[in-house]
Design a protein around this ligand. Structure first.
Ligand code: THU
Length: 131
């Protein structure tokens, strides 16, 4: 599989972000990265809480971090877990909100040492809620 340099960087940032995950309750560490339409890569990791329901997924941390730094459009995302897990449904909807184009927004699902799958956001969430 041929990857552009920016896609390789996106995946590497997601892998590095996983090392910052705070997941003492589940033990399941996740790293994420999003690429903004102005060419920036923004990282996120899951951040858990003793009150379990307050935990936030890595993808949402990355998206909210990007939005808080001024971005409004995401062109690609990467997610790194130990077992190649795909984004949860809530995170798919949050990614969709800011996807420049869901049909072309690539979501890389990777492990630390391998690329597992490449999806588009439309493949992951074909019927999003929209307003
Ligand atoms: N998690 C993510 O960070 N992203 C997902 O898409 C699925 C789940 C986190 C939430 C929780 O901290 C841990 O993984 C176990 O569910």
């Amino acid at each position: 599989m041929h990857l552009e340099a920016i896609e390789q960087q996106l995946i590497q940032v997601a892998r590095q972000a996983r090392e910052h995950a705070y997941a003492p309750y589940s033990g399941y560490t996740v790293g994420a990265a999003v690429l903004t339409d102005d060419g920036r890569i923004v990282a996120g990791c899951n951040v858990e809480n003793a009150s379990y329901g307050l935990s936030v997924c890595a993808e949402r941390v990355a998206v909210f971090n990007a939005v808080a730094s001024g971005a409004r459009h995401i062109t690609a995302a990467a997610l790194c877990t130990a077992d190649g897990g795909t984004p949860c449904g809530a995170c798919r909807q949050v990614l969709l909100e800011f996807a420049a184009n869901p049909e072309t927004c690539t979501v890389w699902v990777v492990k630390p040492d391998a690329i597992v799958e490449r999806y588009t956001l439309t493949e992951l969430l074909p019927h999003p809620f929209r307003r």
